[in-house]
Every structure is written in structure tokens, then in C-alpha cells.
Design a protein around this ligand. Structure first.
Ligand code: HEC
Length: 160
């Protein structure tokens, strides 16, 4: 009887290996699927921006301009986005109004979203591609929405 038992071990081992392999593949798929559905870990590609911008625009309903102001402060956007001489980036004053006109096919919120997560896609005339490109990873969607809410509420430039 020992002989017949050992003669079955070959196929059993093969079956066990096949099942293990299947489980491994299933686990890999499950992992890939979970990773893909986590918004923060997925890099935002230029091609995804219209839909991502729409999501951010929807998140705007719950956004707070005050929270956005605090985020702009803590992420030190104003190191570059200052007013007056010596600035390396456009001023935020009146940006809500300008943002609506920058890209005709985009709303102001969509344009601001793109400017933050993918600043190299559209460069404001006269400025270099000098804005850090990693804010898409450093900010959550909700934080981006707060910032957009604040920029949209920025009053028009009194000098204009
Ligand atoms: C190291 C400098 C630098 C920092 C820091 C920086 N930016 Fe910028 N930003 C730029 C430059 C330069 C431009 C103009 C070129 C372009 O359009 O990308 C710009 C453009 C923009 C625009 C479009 C402005 C317009 O008038 O159309 C927005 C919106 C913006 N930045 C938001 C932010 C926010 C929000 C932060 C902080 C979370 C930030 N930036 C941090 C350099 C910077």
C-alpha cells in the first residue's frame, strides 16, 4: 500500500503547486486592483486630468477657502507666487478671474487643478516651467479642492 500512496504523490504535488500558483496570481491581481483604486498612490497622468479635474470640481462643494489659505501657507506656494518685483511665478491676486480665461476648453476650477497637479502642461506666458511637479503626490484631492476654492475666491487685482 505504501507503494500506491507514494505513486500518488507526484500528481498531488503538481496539483498543490498549481493551486498555490493560482492563489499567487489571484493575490497579485487583488493587490494590483486595490493599489489602482487608491487615489493617493496612483500617479496622475496628463491624460487623466479632465476626469480628475471633474472630481476635484465636485469636491469643491465641500471645500473651504480658509483651509486652502492655510495649505498655501504651509506648502509655501508664496515663496514663488509673490507680488511685485523679483517674483518667479504669477501672483495669486485675481487668479480666479484669470483662470477662467487661460484655457477656453476648461473651467477655472479645471485649469487651476491642472496647474497644481501638472504645472508643465500649460505655461503662463513669460514664466519658466519652474513649479514643483510633485504636488499631485503631496496633496490629497480634498486639499487640492481647498486650495482651488481659495484661489477662486481671490479678489480681482485692484490695479486692473
Ligand atoms: C518653485 C516655485 C513655485 C512653487 C513653490 C509653486 N509654484 Fe505655482 N507656479 C510656478 C511658476 C513658475 C508658474 C508659471 C509657469 C506655469 O504655468 O507652470 C506657476 C503657476 C501656477 C499656477 C497657474 C497660475 C496662473 O496665473 O495661471 C497655479 C494655479 C499655481 N502655480 C499654483 C501653485 C500652488 C497652489 C502652489 C503650492 C501648493 C504652487 N503653485 C507652488 C512656480 C511655483
Amino acid at each position: 500500500m505504501a507503494g500506491s500512496a507514494s505513486s500518488q504523490q507526484g500528481p498531488r504535488l503538481a496539483l498543490a503547486l498549481a493551486v498555490a500558483l493560482l492563489l499567487l496570481v489571484a493575490a497579485a491581481f487583488a493587490f494590483a486592483f486595490t493599489a489602482a483604486s487608491l487615489p493617493e498612490s496612483a500617479p496622475i497622468l496628463a491624460a487623466d486630468i479632465p476626469s480628475a479635474a471633474t472630481e476635484a470640481a465636485a469636491a469643491l462643494d465641500a471645500a473651504s477657502s480658509l483651509a486652502g489659505e492655510a495649505l498655501i501657507e504651509s506648502y509655501q506656494c508664496s515663496i514663488c507666487h509673490i507680488q511685485g518685483a523679483g517674483r518667479v511665478a504669477p501672483s495669486f491676486i485675481g487668479i480666479g478671474e484669470r483662470a477662467a480665461k487661460r484655457r477656453p476648453q476648461m473651467t477655472a476650477a479645471q485649469y487651476l487643478y491642472e496647474s497644481i497637479v501638472s504645472p508643465g502642461v500649460y505655461l503662463v506666458d513669460g514664466y519658466a516651467n519652474a513649479m514643483p511637479a510633485n504636488f499631485a503626490r503631496r496633496l490629497t484631492q480634498a486639499e487640492i479642492a481647498h486650495i482651488i476654492a481659495h484661489l477662486l475666491s481671490s479678489p480681482a487685482d485692484p490695479r486692473q
